[in-house]
Design a protein around this ligand. Structure first.
Ligand code: NAD
Ligand code: ZN
Length: 348
């Protein structure tokens, strides 16, 4: 089969290779991949940044966002049938630790990331544990189904705290920040204020229902609030913050802009030495909650219900490009330019 492989431990070095097709073990499902989506993680691997150098063992098939058709199931699999349309949870957990046994699978310390710690899904066929395989509603567009993983990140982060009636700050209008906006609306946010440095992404945020958007390259969050807080009715700062940029300055701004008792859900992967004013956290009684992946599988159920009630149509414009998998070079150049939303690779 054909697969997109990170061939060597240098920037770039993605190759389309002929590799052996996988065969499913007793607990696994064999899937024919039909569409995949490119994630920021794939870009980190492509660019070979510090994180990628520490984490990825080459050669490795990359990618973890996909939709496909079940071709075959292992002898021990009973609830999934050949022919079903499926996506999958990209975190494979141990199943034996305290968190796994007590149903908090997303907290497993031995989590293996598909396309990160093992071969990924940018290939014609993949195997996945049946427990990680999510049966999709065939009424939803396969393009949307190929990006359930980041939509799950958005859902998990947006629903980390009670949103009803709250003023929410979202830093970063990348695909995940954008997807969080209609979810926050449905959850009952009063204001959804979104920051970014990319005008096209901020326009999209506005279309998706942001109350206000701020290009922090042109105006600081602080100065925006000093003139607009009374119109927005935000008197004491934000109740909830969703950090979705991975940018250290954005996180600092967020900490400064929170109301006392404010709660921050931190999804963005900020540099480990990023500064933070701890006195703000202490004296303003802030809560900071790290968010990793999706809650298995509560997030998946909520996301499926949201899609079935019209979220699918709302987030469709976030997909800006579609490429055949053989055009992966062009697709990765486009994704790393920042001038795109979600990019899909078509496999069949
Ligand atoms: P992305 O890189 O496409 O989006 C980040 C956005 O932040 C971009 O639009 C960028 O212009 C914007 N930005 C840059 N500087 C900014 C600033 N100073 N203020 C405000 N915005 C700024 O990423 P994405 O795919 O949407 O993911 C969002 C973040 O979440 C990334 O950091 C990603 O690595 C991280 N992530 C975390 C998990 C997890 O499980 N914790 C999973 C997936 C992604
Ligand atoms: Zn575990």
């Amino acid at each position: 089969m054909k697969a997109i492989v990170k061939a060597r431990a240098v920037p770039g070095a993605l190759e389309l290779r002929e590799v052996p097709s996988p065969t499913p073990a007793a607990h696994e499902v064999l899937i024919q991949v039909t569409k995949t989506a490119i994630c920021g993680t794939d870009i980190h691997i492509y660019k070979w940044d510090e994180w990628a150098q520490k984490t990825i063992k080459t050669p490795q098939i990359i990618g973890h966002e996909f939709v496909g058709k079940v071709l075959e199931v292992g002898a021990g699999v009973t609830h999934i049938k050949p022919g079903q349309l499926v996506s999958g949870e990209g975190h494979i957990v141990c199943g034996g630790c305290r968190h796994c046994i007590t149903g908090s699978l997303h907290l497993c310390r031995q989590t293996i990331g598909v396309g990160v710690n093992c071969d990924g899904v940018f290939s014609e066929y993949i195997t996945l544990p049946a427990s990680n395989t999510w049966i999709c509603d065939e009424k939803i567009s396969p393009y949307i189904l190929s990006m359930l993983d980041p939509l799950g990140n958005a859902t998990h982060t947006a629903l980390a705290f009670n949103i009803l009636g709250e003023d929410v700050l979202v830093t970063g209008a990348g695909p995940i920040g954008l997807m969080s906006i209609p979810i926050l609306k449905r959850a009952g946010a009063r204001n959804i204020v979104v920051t970014d440095i990319n005008p096209a992404r901020l326009d999209m945020a506005k279309q998706l229902g942001a109350t206000a958007t701020i290009n922090v390259r042109q105006q600081s969050l602080e100065s925006y609030l000093s003139t607009h807080s009374s119109t927005l009715n935000i008197k004491e700062g934000f109740d909830i913050g969703l950090e979705m940029s991975g940018n250290a300055a954005a996180f600092l701004d967020m900490v400064n802009a929170m109301a006392n008792g404010g709660k921050i859900a931190l999804l963005g992967i900020i540099p480990s030495d990023a500064p933070i004013d701890w006195n703000k956290v202490v004296f303003n009684s802030l809560t900071i909650k790290g968010i990793y992946g999706r809650q298995m599988y509560d997030t998946w159920y909520r996301m499926a219900a949201l899609l079935q009630s019209g979220l699918d149509k709302e987030i469709e414009p976030i997909i800006t490009h579609r490429f055949h998998y053989e055009q992966f070079d062009e697709a990765f150049a486009c994704a790393s330019s920042g001038e795109s939303g979600k990019i899909i690779l078509e496999w069949s």
